[in-house]
Design a protein around this ligand. Structure first.
Ligand code: UGA
Length: 439
């Protein structure tokens, strides 16, 4: 078993650290925030993620994982240091690598024995070459430090499961020593390992995410055409999915992809291409379609209603997808301001995302309109003139069509997640507008 340090305790770092401890390694997670470190020690996770806290407590009690702000003691005798800090998008679409650079410098100044630095964060192709050079330049002790790329494929909401049962582990290395060490670290997971060079590993991450983003945008594009020609996108997707070359996953049309990954990684790859004098037309199309798609329902509703002014608008779901409290690039963040500008009185329901949303849009009067957060879906729907569904939470899916008919003043529903069958809404006499299906 190996001594592992993990830099950064966000989705990538914390989940990786906990999973390494779970398979038996000795892990120290490093973060700059002392309060966060203390709460992690008591088993409280800074992120909402299924199974995570249970494994944090179990492995902390077993002495396999610890948390600290003292990076020097964590890095000095580690066999491997995993970097999982953020690479946020900059205004021009490029990735901000300043967090990685800070960690790289700390590593260079701390390590006292040979060690492998493993970058899990998503970084532009070629970055890890630079990180290695950067560490060499600042290295204090005469020890061997190499950098490997080991991109992460976990999805929020199922991060622990995705890590422990990953479909593949990608390791990108430039030496036998690094390849063997990283392979051994992953051995206890018993998962398929794809070993490539560092630049290919970096590219695999972008190419995979952007392919999935493209798949979604393609389905959204086709969905919009389906509406115009009288076809049904769900039937179309079902028919397509039997072809194994297409596959059955990620064919759901909706109000566009959000989250911290697809929007950022599509723009980053487009930027990388541009920097290299190449235009990545397919990825650009995925970005353009997604931008339009986010406000598709709002535009439809604006045509149907004369105004939102003074209307009670129920908003069901705020997060970018279910199972997370993350709001990054969520459709709600684009639509709610538009509705408020029009004077809507919004009643918003989200089982876990409301608190974060209230930080951006505090409860009460907001511009011409207002926003109220409710803990109960029925309260959002009672007397509402119109309802928007932005996230397919289980609690929202569990509502019957009759509930909308019974509770709303006007049963008018705009569903961005195609939760209901068109026919069942028609039978319940709910005016139902969704994506890629006839109203
Ligand atoms: C995504 C990838 O799925 C992970 O493999 C990857 O590791 C991760 O990014 C990352 O780079 O860290 P995530 O952003 O957590 O994971 O969420 P997804 O479940 O992929 O959903 C992203 C967005 O696409 C959501 O807004 C979701 O509603 C939307 N989506 C997904 C659709 O509109 N249709 C679909 O069929 C699937």
């Amino acid at each position: 078993m190996y001594k592992i340090a993990v830099a950064g305790t966000g989705y990538v770092g914390l989940v990786a650290g906990v999973c390494f401890a779970e398979v038996g390694h000795q892990v120290t997670c490093v973060d700059i925030d002392n309060q966060k470190v203390e709460s992690m020690k008591s088993g409280v996770s800074p992120i909402y993620e299924a199974d995570l806290e249970e494994l944090m407590r179990k492995n902390y009690a077993a002495g396999r994982i610890n948390y600290t702000t003292d990076y020097q003691s964590a890095y000095k005798d580690a066999d491997a240091i995993f970097i999982g800090v953020g690479t946020p998008e900059q205004p021009d679409g490029s990735a901000n690598l300043s967090y990685i650079a800070t960690v790289a410098r700390q590593i260079a100044e701390s390590v006292e024995k040979d060690c492998l630095v493993v970058v899990k964060s998503t970084v532009p192709v070629g970055t890890n070459d630079k990180v290695e050079q950067f560490i060499q330049d600042f290295l204090v002790k005469d020890v061997k430090v190499e950098v490997a790329s080991n991109p992460e494929f976990l999805a929020q909401g199922s991060a622990v499961h995705d890590t422990l049962h990953a479909e593949r582990i990608i390791i990108g290395t430039e030496s036998k020593w690094a390849e063997e060490l990283l392979t051994k670290i992953y051995e206890p997971f018993h998962l398929p390992i794809v070993s490539v060079n560092r630049r290919s590993a970096e590219m695999i991450k972008y190419a995979s995410n952007d392919f999935l983003a493209l798949k979604i945008s393609y389905m959204n594009d086709i969905a919009n055409l389906c509406e115009l020609v009288g076809a049904d996108i769900q039937d179309v997707a079902k028919g397509m999915s039997f072809d194994e070359r297409i596959g059955s996953k990620f064919l759901n049309a909706g109000i566009g992809f959000g989250g911290s990954c697809f929007p950022k990684d599509t723009k980053a790859l487009e930027y990388i291409a541009k920097q290299n004098g190449y235009e990545l037309k397919t990825v650009k199309a995925a970005i353009d379609v997604n931008k339009e798609q986010k406000t598709m329902l709002y535009k439809k509703a604006s045509k149907r209603l004369i105004t939102f002014n003074g209307l009670k608008v129920a908003v069901l779901g705020l997060t970018f997808k279910p199972g997370t409290d993350d709001l990054r690039e969520a459709a709600s963040l684009e639509n709610v301001p538009l509705l408020l500008e029009q004077g809507a009185d919004i009643y918003a329901y989200d089982p876990v995302g409301a608190e974060n949303f209230a930080k951006v849009h505090p409860e009460g009067k907001n511009g011409k309109g207002s926003i109220t957060y409710v803990a109960n879906i029925e309260h959002a729907l009672e007397g509402a003139n119109v309802c928007f569904i932005f996230t397919e939470w289980g609690e929202v899916k569990a509502l019957t069509p009759e509930t909308y008919k019974k509770l709303m003043r006007t049963p008018l529903v705009y569903d961005g997640r195609n939760i209901y069958r068109v026919e069942e809404m028609q039978e319940a006499r709910v005016e139902y507008h969704s994506i890629g299906r006839k109203p």
